[in-house]
Design a protein around this ligand. Structure first.
Ligand SMILES: Cc1cc2nc3c(=O)[nH]c(=O)nc-3n(C[C@H](O)[C@H](O)[C@H](O)COP(=O)(O)OP(=O)(O)OC[C@H]3O[C@@H](n4cnc5c(N)ncnc54)[C@H](O)[C@@H]3O)c2cc1C
Length: 434
């Protein structure tokens, strides 16, 4: 027998240890704990930190903490944010902070705390590089550790939640001094002690807002050129009627709607999540700019309806060629360019390419109400979370995540109940070196 024939099978492989799969695991532990022992959580990074390279002291959660990994599914779950605070002996003090919007670093600690419960079944520093169909399930290829040691696992089901990849238009990339905001903390390290830093920020969404707010707090930054194709800035629409769509029921309602009406609604309400900045950040930027004026300085330069056409390296820094709304060209010189140019949702497409799945009209993989991929017959056991962004506004947010996790878990449970694997050894890691 070769190594693969000796493999025992997992019931489920969860790919990506972000909030989506942690919510699935929390639900699994609450509803069907037997399944947890036959599950693995696979993450290419070495922990479940939440966007650590774009986090400032002032960064807070943009949704209510009650939309944590479990609370709206079951307020009595031991995986709620409140349980975390209680277990850390911080609940009383937290209550007195009077907020539902804790810091992102605290929320990140909460995510790591949830993950800690599943250390036995987690494989960090392990990237899933390929998913192939196999008899009665899937064969997953892994690259582990710095030396990218290869191995494979066999599994009945795969839940894929890879997150979205940063999008940096190629014409903005020109050496190390141009980078995407999601890498800000590590890239900025080299420049932290430089004097009179001139920074161009491209984009007008929440990331651009938070970045500008924090650049304005840095004394060594002398010039912030903020560039956007549209008006700078538009405020996030977070009125409660719109927020109702960022809940589990709101998501279901949108998904059940006719595609033409759903797409129109998503376009109409896009400023509830995209290319807009929350009012607290806008107020703070405005206040910091006012303080600059009181001190006879003007560091923030807002340039609406402007597009960067070219970036090149010159002896004084980076030379930007910019076109304004009237078609006029302008040249600016800065030290750094930070692209707040959003994210793309295509990572999963490469991974799933060998399965030859059906794409819908928007080039996305179609999923059913339980986030199970359609079109691979009754045997399908592939689930996609936070990748079906055409189905509801709240996809790729924490909105409705706990409820979505419950749908997936119940489906996994049903599949498992009817599944008769040929060589299952419960509780064993189903891995072989290849
Ligand atoms: C700076 C920032 C702040 C945000 N703040 C909020 C907020 O306040 N509220 C909100 O609702 N949303 C917010 N979002 C959106 C947020 O990203 C999502 O709500 C949430 O993180 C999505 O969870 P996820 O698990 O789907 O993806 P992610 O959190 O992106 O996690 C995906 C994980 O998969 C791993 N992975 C990827 N590929 C592989 C592979 N091949 N093998 C193994 N592992 C892999 C990644 O390393 C990552 O850890 C924010 C996004 C950013 C960038």
């Amino acid at each position: 027998m070769n190594a693969m024939n000796q493999l025992s099978r997992l019931s489920t492989a969860l790919v990506g240890a972000g909030p989506a799969n942690l919510a699935v695991l929390a639900c699994m532990q609450d509803l069907c704990p037997d399944l947890v022992a036959r599950t693995q959580l696979i993450e290419r990074r070495s922990n479940s930190d939440w966007h650590p390279d774009f986090r400032f002291d002032s960064s807070t959660l943009q949704v209510s903490l009650l939309k944590d990994l479990a609370f709206t599914r079951d307020p009595t779950s031991k995986f709620t944010f409140w349980s975390f605070m209680h277990q850390q002996n911080l609940l009383n003090q937290f209550i007195h902070l009077n907020t539902y919007y804790p810091s992102r670093s605290l929320f990140s600690r909460y995510l790591n705390w949830v993950q800690d419960h599943f250390d036995q079944i987690t494989r960090f520093d392990t990237e899933v590089t390929e998913i192939q169909p196999a008899k009665d399930g899937y064969r997953i290829r892994l690259a582990e550790g710095e030396d990218r040691r290869e191995s494979e696992i066999l599994t009945r089901n795969v839940v894929i939640a890879l997150g979205h990849e940063p999008h940096m238009p190629s014409h903005l990339k020109c050496g190390d001094d141009t980078f995407h905001a999601i890498k800000f903390q590590s890239e900025f390290e080299r420049h932290r002690h430089r004097k009179d830093l001139r920074v161009a920020v491209v984009g007008a969404g929440q990331t651009a807002g938070e970045l500008i707010q924090n650049l304005m707090r840095m004394e060594n930054v002398s010039d912030i050129l903020s560039l956007s194709r549209g008006f700078l800035f538009r405020q996030t629409d977070d009125n409660p009627f719109v927020n109702d769509l960022y809940t589990f029921n709101g998501m279901r309602k949108m998904r059940d709607d006719a595609p033409i009406r759903r797409r129109a609604l998503m376009a109409e309400l896009s400023n509830s999540n995209y290319a807009a900045v929350t009012s607290d950040i806008l107020q703070d930027i405005y206040r910091l700019n006012f303080e600059d004026s009181l001190n006879d300085r003007q560091r923030l330069r807002l340039q609406s309806h402007s597009e960067v056409l070219e970036v090149s390296k010159v002896s004084e820094g980076l030379r930007l060629v910019i076109r304004d709304g009237l078609g006029n060209r302008q040249v600016e010189t800065v030290d750094l360019l930070v692209a707040c140019t959003g994210f793309r949702n295509s990572r999963h497409l490469d991974l799933l390419a060998p399965l030859d799945l059906r794409l819908n009209d928007d080039g996305q993989i179609a999923v059913n109400q339980n986030y199970r991929v359609e079109g691979t017959g009754p045997q399908s056991g592939i689930f996609l979370v936070n990748h079906a962004t055409d189905t509801a506004l709240a996809e790729h947010t924490l909105g409705g995540l706990a409820g979505r996790a419950e749908l997936i878990c119940k489906d996994l449970f049903d599949i498992d109940a009817s599944w008769k694997p040929q060589s299952t050894t419960q509780g064993q890691l189903a891995t072989a070196a290849v």
